[in-house]
Design a protein around this ligand. Structure first.
Ligand SMILES: Nc1nc2c(c(=O)[nH]1)N[C@H]1C(S)=C(S)[C@@H](COP(=O)(O)OP(=O)(O)OC[C@H]3O[C@@H](n4cnc5c(=O)[nH]c(N)nc54)[C@H](O)[C@@H]3O)O[C@H]1N2
Ligand SMILES: Nc1nc2c(c(=O)[nH]1)N[C@H]1C(S)=C(S)[C@@H](COP(=O)(O)OP(=O)(O)OC[C@H]3O[C@@H](n4cnc5c(=O)[nH]c(N)nc54)[C@H](O)[C@@H]3O)O[C@H]1N2
Ligand code: SF4
Ligand SMILES: [Mo]
Length: 676
């Protein structure tokens, strides 16, 4: 039988076709009829069937007994957890139980929808999520400039110039702005206008772009400041600025030093290329600047994001047709929330008791505070909502050691992986093919105001249960209602998801087969209305001006983040080419006498990775990659540190870190297949 579904791995949510024979998944492929993805899918989505049948699925609840993880019944696991969590709350108060939202919970709509009520029923302020190891700068700088943590994206089909800075949508699908069917969209952009890519790597996106400029890692802010300066001199949208912006003169002063010579000197991009870039910006008028983790994980995150917003404002592009827009979400309905504009420093409160200096973002504590919170005894239990805690967190060793001190570490997983086995309780959830779903958490990153729906494709394997059931049932055993209005005894998955789906802008048909519902056209003007309430976009926030003055210059060799097409963070489609290694440019390898397979040491300020070298001709001189998401020897978070936190966001830098690379010995003997 062949049925339609949609992928719940990355936020692109491609339409899929799933062929099954009884309980067996035979084949997963892209759905040509899906209006968003138009038949596109990637290896990871097409691997969903094999993943479903993998031997290392977590199929039975497990619990630590006498130091060993052992299979137990659901009753035993949940009763034990409920008892321990209730006791900890009684002894130390509700904040001693922390929640962490990881990648696996975002795309399970019924579970994601209940996290706020679960937190409220626990009464805990100790909430952490992926956001503070990913995209903090966009939220925080958005609040400073626009009074709201906005995620901007190109007005597809009308926008004539797209600038990608530190994002590789051909591989990642985009960061907070999904680019469904990326090759086709980029082709359309280049046919109707121009795509410029700033990236120290000749990425898959750069190869399809109109122009690729290679900056020194961490220097994009200077290039963007040069463009802002040039547009303010000539080509600015005066009417737009008059109506919707403040502090234009102050911004002009801030960018004044970024002449073509200065920008060229900082970024390493030739002055002529910078002139051509500025000409293109002036020629196209409206544009969209889209950045990703190459920026958000770097020490220059806030500054680069500020300059991106500033460029969209001075060109009159932000929230304008033909420029960029902000999707307020099919479910989130951000524009209807009646939020007041944030103060210039954003909505920030002091951090948790052991780290008040690490202020909250969007009502959450930042991940960097968690080890101190655990070690000081403030947090005694952690409910891990499907994060791969041993690879995703900065300063991997420090985190591992802190997590090991928890009295309760409850993990909801689909795999019997190292995180599940590091936990005290590991609870098996249904995988994406086993569950009915709507696209919920990520809908502001969608390219349209729309939503996907899918029924379950196959029955759950083993004793895996619905994520919402696991959490709701845990609450019930603690005498707390984690999911008001949902009764696990009488309600099915379909009932719960139908209830969640009712929160959308327009009705979704959840009674039958997979479908895509478009609510309305793209929405313009609502961000401007919001900014106008505070007198227009604040183009020159003082904390950012101060940070600009303090920025450290790039070093000769920088470790930058990078993603692979067959890997989603810690999750991997087995592949012999996309291996863990130290990826080095041809020039840097030559200088150090390194050949493929040689063993080298990559030393940062805070740690070291020793491993095999792989020469990557797409890397420019001066940048090294170790892909993130690997455990053990190649865990790139051995190089990141909780002592290097952004002073504004409290986020640990995980890209653009100064490193040294030295040869240790000749060939490791490992087989090295060419990349690509
Ligand atoms: N050094 C460095 N650190 C980084 C990054 C980097 O680039 N460099 N990137 C950062 C970013 S942007 C992010 S978002 C984080 C990612 O960090 P995580 O969110 O922790 O990463 P994932 O590997 O996506 O882990 C999700 C977990 O969910 C499980 N899972 C998969 N599907 C399902 C499902 O259907 N249901 C359930 N219940 N679980 C499921 C997987 O088995 C996996 O263990 O890492 C951050 N850390
Ligand atoms: N295949 C795949 N897709 C994914 C994921 C995955 O792991 N694999 N993860 C998902 C997640 S959680 C996220 S957050 C998104 C991330 O989505 P993206 O942000 O698009 O992630 P990357 O593909 O790592 O692209 C980052 C790019 O930044 C470049 N870069 C690094 N430093 C600098 C710099 O200083 N300046 C400039 N201009 N460029 C720089 C790198 O060379 C790289 O090409 O992807 C999502 N989609
Ligand atoms: S790009 Fe790949 S992982 Fe992302 S939704 Fe599409 S098929 Fe799934
Ligand atoms: Mo992410």
């Amino acid at each position: 039988m062949k049925r339609k579904s949609f992928c719940r791995i990355c936020t692109m949510m491609c339409g899929l076709e799933v062929e099954t024979d009884g309980d067996t998944v035979l084949r997963v492929s892209g759905d040509r009829d899906n209006p968003l993805s138009e038949g596109f899918s990637c290896f990871k989505g097409r691997y969903a069937g094999e993943l479903h049948h993998r031997d290392d699925r977590l199929l039975v609840p497990k619990m630590r007994k006498n130091g060993q993880m052992q299979e137990v019944t659901w009753d035993e696991a949940l009763d034990d957890l409920a008892g321990k969590l209730s006791r900890i709350i009684k002894e130390s108060g509700p904040d001693s139980v922390a929640l962490f939202m990881g990648g696996g919970v975002y795309l399970d709509s019924a579970a994601y929808a209940m996290v706020p009520s679960m937190r409220a029923a626990l009464g805990t302020r100790s909430q952490y999520s992926d956001m503070s190891i990913d995209v903090m700068s966009k939220g925080v700088v958005g609040e400073m400039v626009a009074g709201l943590g906005i995620m901007t994206r190109a007005d597809l089909g009308r926008c004539r110039m797209v600038i990608y800075v530190g994002t590789n949508p051909m591989v990642s699908g985009g960061h907070t702005s999904m680019l469904n069917n990326p090759a086709q969209r980029i082709r359309e952009f280049t046919e109707n206008g121009e795509v410029w890519v700033l990236d120290p790597r000749r990425t898959e996106t750069a190869m399809k772009a109109t122009r690729h400029l290679v900056p020194r890692a961490g220097t994009d802010y200077a290039v963007l400041a040069f463009l802002v300066r040039g547009v303010l001199e000539q080509g600015a949208d005066r009417d737009y600025l008059e109506a919707h912006a403040q502090d234009v003169d102050r911004l002009r002063e801030v960018v004044a030093p970024y002449t073509r010579e200065k920008a060229a000197q900082i970024s390493g991009i030739a002055p002529d290329s910078l002139d051509e870039f500025l000409d293109a910006v002036r020629r196209n008028g409206r544009l969209s600047v889209e950045s990703g983790t190459g920026i958000s994980l770097s020490p220059a995150a806030n500054l680069t994001h500020w300059m991106s917003l500033a460029l969209m404002v001075v060109t009159g592009s932000l929230d304008m047709e033909g420029g960029s827009w902000v999707n307020p979400g099919f479910f989130l309905k951000l524009e209807q929330m009646g939020l007041p504009p944030a103060p210039e420093e954003g909505w920030r409160s002091p951090g948790p008791p052991s780290r008040p200096d690490l202020r909250t973002v969007a009502g959450e504590y930042v991940c960097a505070a968690l080890p101190d919170e655990i070690e000081s005894g403030n947090v005694r239990a952690l409910i891990n909502l499907s994060g791969h805690l041993l690879t995703c967190m900065p300063d991997a060793e420090r985190f591992r050691s802190a997590l090991g001190k928890l009295e309760v570490l409850m993990t909801v997983e689909i795999l019997d992986n190292t995180v599940a086995n590091f936990s005290t309780h590991a609870l098996p959830a249904k995988d994406q093919l086993e569950r009915i779903d709507v696209s919920l958490a990520v809908d502001p990153s969608f390219s349209e105001v729309g939503a996907q729906f899918s029924p379950a494709m196959v029955p759950a394997r083993g004793e895996a249960r619905s994520y919402w059931w696991i959490l709701t049932e845990l609450g019930r055993r603690m005498g707390r209602d984690f999911n008001p209005g949902v009764d696990p005894d009488t309600m099915s998955d379909a009932d719960v998801v139908t209830r969640v789906a009712q929160g959308g802008r327009v009705p979704i048909d959840t009674s039958g087969e997979a479908n895509y519902t478009l609510a309305q056209d793209r929405m313009f003007g609502w961000v401007l209305d919001h900014a106008d309430k505070m007198g227009g976009f604040r183009l020159a926030p003082q904390p950012l001006i101060d940070q600009l003055a303090d920025l450290e210059p790039p070093s000769d060799l920088m470790m930058v983040s990078r993603r692979f097409i067959k890997q989603h963070n810690s999750r991997k489609v087995p592949d012999r080419k996309e291996i863990a290694a130290i990826y080095v440019s041809v020039e840097d390898a030559e200088e150090r006498g390194l050949a493929d397979g040689d063993v080298a040491s990559l030393r940062g300020r805070h740690g070291e990775i020793t491993g095999q070298v792989k020469i990557d001709p797409t890397l420019s001189r001066g940048v090294v990659n170790v892909p993130h998401g690997w455990e053990g020897q190649y865990n790139v978070n051995q190089l990141t540190s909780l002592s290097q936190l952004d002073p504004i966001t409290g986020m640990a830098a995980a890209s653009n870190l100064p490193v040294e690379l030295t040869r240790v010995r000749n060939s490791s003997g490992a087989e090295m297949l060419p990349l690509g």
